[in-house]
Design a protein around this ligand. Structure first.
Ligand SMILES: Nc1ncnc2c1ncn2[C@@H]1O[C@H](COP(=O)(O)OP(=O)(O)OP(=O)(O)O)[C@@H](O)[C@H]1O
Ligand SMILES: [Mg+2]
Length: 388
C-alpha cells in the first residue's frame, strides 16, 4: 500500500493556538448572525463582521469595552448582575435558552433582537458567546399581520352588520305587512261605527299592536343573537306556536287560500327553544312553500310534528306539493342570497338554518318520491319531558 501523498509533511495540529486563532477569525468574518464573545466580566473579546454591520461599531471600537454598551433599557443596567448571578448560582437565565431583548446601535437607535448565549469554560474562567439576530423585520411583519387581522375582524364585523341588516329587513317584512293590513282594514271599518264593527275594529287594532310588538321582539332577538350568539331557550309548546305561525303566514299573502294542515303526533309537543325564533323558521318555510305553489292545482301544505328517530329530538316538517327543488338548487338553497325568485332576498332558508343550528337541531330539504318538497328541522325535546 502506498502512503497518502502528503504523509511526508508535518501533521497540522488542529488544536494549536495559532490555528484556532485563524479558525476563530474565519468564523467571525463568515458567521451570518452577529456574534459577540465576552469574558466573565462582560468585556468584549471578539466582534463578528455581521455584528459590525448590525450595531454600526467596528470591532476595534468595541473590543475591551463592556458588552452592555450594546444593550438598552433594563438589560443594560442588569447585565453585570446576570453574569454575577450565573457565576454564583449556576442558574441559567438566558444561556442555552435565548430570549428577546432590546439592543442599541452606535447611533443610539434601539431595536429588538433575539439573543442566544453559549458558554465555554476554560480552566477557572468562562467565555460567553452571544448570537444576536435582528428582529426588526420580523416584528414589522408581525405588526403588519396584526394590522391585517384587525382589518379582517373589522371587515367580518361589517359583514355581520350587513347580514344582520338584511336579516332584519327579511324578518320584519312579514309582521310589518301584517300591521299595515290590520290598520288599513281598521281605517275602512271606521266608516260604519255600529257596535259589531266596533268589536272587529278592536280586534284588528289589538292584532296590529301584537304584530308591532312581535316586530320589536324579532329585532331584539336578532340583536342579542348576533352580539352574543345565544338562544334564549325555554320549554315551548309547539301546537299553539305552529297554529299561530300558520295564521301569520296567511296574513300578508295573496296566496292565503292555500290550505295548510297541521298534523301533530301525540307526545311530540314540548321542545326547548325561543318561541319567536321557532315561529320565524316555520313562517319562512311556509312562505317558501306558498311561493312554490303559486302555479300548482290543488295546492296544499302540510305541517307535520313527530318524535324524531334521533332520540331526544322532535321533528317538524313543512311539505308542499309544488314543483320540487331542482338538483342544482339543492346545493345552494341554504346559502345567503341564493334565490330563484325575482323579488327574493335568498335569506329565508339561511336564517332558518342559523336559528335551528343555534338551537342544537338540524334542517334539511327532502324531495319525496311523490313530488313536491319537504323541509325538515329538529328541535330538542324539553329535557323535563324527554324521558316520557
Ligand atoms: N318549498 C320549496 N319548493 C321549491 N323551491 C324552494 C322551496 N323552498 C325554497 N326553495 C328554493 O330555495 C330558494 C331559497 O329560499 P330562501 O327562502 O332562502 O330565499 P327566497 O325565498 O328566494 O327569498 P326570501 O329571502 O324572500 O326568503 C328559493 O329561491 C327557491 O328557489
Ligand atoms: Mg324564502
Amino acid at each position: 500500500m502506498s502512503d497518502p501523498p502528503n504523509s511526508t509533511q508535518p501533521p497540522v495540529n488542529l488544536l494549536d493556538a495559532a490555528t484556532l486563532q485563524l479558525h476563530l477569525a474565519s468564523i467571525l468574518t463568515s458567521v451570518p448572525d452577529a456574534m459577540v464573545v465576552t469574558d466573565e466580566s462582560g468585556k468584549i473579546l471578539a466582534f463578528s463582521r455581521a455584528a459590525e454591520a448590525l450595531f454600526g461599531f467596528s470591532a476595534e471600537e468595541v473590543i475591551g469595552k463592556p458588552v452592555n454598551m450594546l444593550m438598552a433599557g433594563r438589560d443594560k443596567a442588569n447585565h453585570d448582575n446576570y453574569i454575577g448571578n450565573y457565576l454564583r448560582t449556576g442558574e441559567r437565565q438566558i444561556i442555552g435558552k435565548g430570549r428577546v431583548v432590546i439592543a442599541s446601535r452606535a447611533d443610539g437607535t434601539q431595536f429588538p433582537v433575539d439573543l442566544k448565549i453559549g458558554e465555554a469554560r476554560i480552566g477557572d474562567h468562562f467565555l460567553f458567546t452571544a448570537f444576536i439576530r435582528d428582529l426588526t423585520e420580523q416584528q414589522r411583519s408581525e405588526l403588519r399581520m396584526q394590522e391585517m387581522q384587525a382589518e379582517l375582524v373589522h371587515f367580518s364585523r361589517l359583514s355581520a352588520v350587513g347580514t344582520m341588516a338584511s336579516a332584519l329587513a327579511h324578518e320584519l317584512n312579514q309582521p310589518l305587512t301584517a300591521v299595515a293590513n290590520y290598520l288599513e282594514a281598521s281605517r275602512d271599518l271606521l266608516d260604519s261605527p255600529d257596535p259589531e264593527t266596533k268589536e272587529v275594529l278592536r280586534e284588528a287594532l289589538t292584532e296590529a299592536a301584537r304584530q308591532a310588538v312581535r316586530a320589536g321582539e324579532i329585532v331584539r332577538k336578532l340583536r342579542s343573537y348576533v352580539s352574543r350568539g345565544e338562544v334564549d331557550a325555554r320549554p315551548v309548546s309547539l301546537g299553539p306556536l305552529l297554529a299561530d305561525a300558520i295564521a301569520l303566514s296567511k296574513l300578508s299573502r295573496d296566496l292565503a287560500d292555500i290550505p295548510i294542515k297541521l298534523d301533530q303526533d301525540d307526545g311530540a309537543d314540548l321542545v326547548m327553544g325561543d318561541p319567536i325564533q321557532i315561529q320565524q323558521v316555520v313562517i319562512n318555510l311556509i312562505r317558501n312553500a306558498m311561493d312554490a305553489l303559486s302555479n300548482t292545482q290543488n295546492a296544499r301544505i302540510t305541517v307535520r310534528v313527530y318524535l324524531s328517530a334521533e332520540p331526544g329530538f322532535v321533528a317538524v316538517e313543512v311539505c308542499d306539493n309544488g314543483p320540487g327543488l331542482t338538483s342544482e338548487l339543492q346545493e345552494t338553497i341554504f346559502k345567503p342570497f341564493a334565490t330563484s325568485k325575482s323579488h327574493g332576498m335568498g335569506l329565508g332558508l339561511s336564517i332558518c338554518q342559523t336559528i335551528v343550528e343555534a338551537h342544537g337541531g338540524t334542517v334539511r330539504a327532502i324531495s319525496p318520491p311523490e313530488g313536491g318538497t319537504c323541509f325538515l328541522f329538529t328541535l330538542r325535546r324539553d329535557a323535563g319531558k324527554s324521558g316520557s
